[in-house]
Design a protein around this ligand. Structure first.
Ligand SMILES: [Zn+2]
Length: 163
């Protein structure tokens, strides 16, 4: 079959004549598998350059896979980062909590382990947000308790209107 990229690849075609014709026509309109993968990798590498991402570590195969995965997962992490940036802290405790949230997300955005990106390839904004809230909750409560102590008033740690 001849592909749009100009590569000719011998392939076993199944089905009746109509199916075969459909396959041959569709091949003419798209790139072969290798060119398609190379294009995705090139696009992903461009994103890395633009964003000045840290170089990935791991085996050559892991790095290749993670390079393709990273832009999509990164987009979800950046959604979370901008939702944190959009929050307006009403006091010092709130500022501190937002700061540890930023730190949490940045740690992941700057993750350089290929296997981390591969393991997290299915993650979206909501799942990262859930994990972040669960992990940071004890620390956030501590910050609020400390703030209340310093300010001499008792506010329930889970009363977010006081953050
Ligand atoms: Zn090709």
């Amino acid at each position: 079959m001849t592909y749009a990229c100009g590569h000719v690849i011998r392939e076993q075609l199944y089905g009746d004549n109509k199916d075969r014709d459909r396959h041959i026509t569709s091949a003419l309109n798209r790139q072969c598998r290798d060119c398609y993968r190379a294009a995705i990798t090139a696009a992903a590498e461009e994103v890395e350059l633009l964003k000045e991402l840290s170089p990935l570590t791991g085996s050559e195969k892991q790095i290749e896979q993670a390079t393709r995965i990273r832009p999509g997962v990164l987009e979800e992490l950046e959604k979370l980062k901008s939702s944190i940036s959009n929050r307006k802290p009403i006091n010092v405790a709130g500022e501190k909590i937002l700061a540890i949230m930023h730190e949490w997300v940045d740690e992941r955005i700057n993750q350089d382990s290929s296997s981390w990106w591969i393991e997290n390839r299915e993650r979206d904004y909501f799942s990262f947000k859930l994990e972040m809230n669960r992990e940071l909750e004890p620390k956030a409560k501590e910050i609020i308790a400390q703030h209340n102590k310093e300010n001499g008033r008792e506010v329930k740690p889970d009363d977010s209107s006081n953050i």
